[in-house]
Design a protein around this ligand. Structure first.
Ligand code: DX5
Ligand code: ZN
Length: 221
């Protein structure tokens, strides 16, 4: 089986104890730490900035998968790179020049991601594939944790799987939003290999290693 990456989204963690939460999912078997950055403008919610990412950096050596839901995005990309992001993902709608944003991320020595909203077609990413390390398919509208998986996004995941395979490029296909033990199987079958999960892992604030193991098991069965 191909490599599976589980990326807990700290959006659903206890914001009063973020360092401890990051350490807890790290030891529980997370492959990456997913950090949702929201500006109250591009999306109707407000979360954290580069100072918090920098403060969290020392709590885990796992890759920080930083999902920027801010516009304009370019002016803040260097600050997130400096803060310790490993992957920086932008939305095409968040800046006037997607290609330039990706060039900037790569020039800062980071992996570059493109995130596609439910209403954004997969073709947007085709012209910039050579600058992309990760494609994030939003299976909810961005802004909040705990929403339901939008099934129509499975066809987009499948189309992107074909696009990536045909390109022969090493690009991670990630799905974000409403991922749980019921939806992760269909998303995997469609071709996703990285799975962001917020409420499914942090939701009941219980045993994170069990929750992560449940997700891996749901793919295998
Ligand atoms: C939504 C964020 C997601 C969110 C997922 O805008 O991008 O990462 O935290 O939360 P769940 O897994 O609860 O849908
Ligand atoms: Zn996200």
């Amino acid at each position: 089986m191909s490599m599976i990456l589980i990326a807990p989204s700290i959006l659903s963690a206890d914001f009063a104890a973020l360092g401890a939460e990051v350490r807890a999912v790290d030891v529980a078997g997370a492959d990456m730490i997913h950090v949702d950055v929201m500006d109250g403008h591009f999306v109707p919610n407000l979360t954290i900035g580069p100072m918090v990412v920098k403060a969290l950096r020392k709590h885990s050596a796992k890759p920080f998968d930083v999902h920027l839901m801010i516009a304009p995005v370019d002016p803040l990309i260097p600050a997130f790179a400096e803060a310790g992001a490993d992957i920086i993902t932008v939305h095409p709608e968040a800046g006037p020049h997607l290609h330039r944003s990706l060039q900037l991320i790569r020039a800062l020595g980071k992996k570059a991601g493109v995130s596609l909203n439910p209403g954004t077609p997969e073709g947007v990413v085709a012209p910039v594939l050579d600058l992309v390390d990760l494609i994030l398919v939003m299976s909810v509208n961005p802004g909040f944790g705990g929403q339901s998986f939008i099934d129509s996004q499975l066809a987009k995941i499948a189309a992107l799987r074909r696009m990536i395979d045909q390109s022969g490029r090493d690009i991670v296909l990630e799905v974000d939003g409403g991922v749980n033990t019921h939806t992760i199987g269909p998303a995997f079958a469609a071709g996703a290999r990285a799975f962001v999960a917020g409420s499914a892992i942090f939701g009941d604030n219980s045993n994170y290693s069990e929750r992560i193991a449940d997700l891996r098991r749901a793919i295998a069965t």
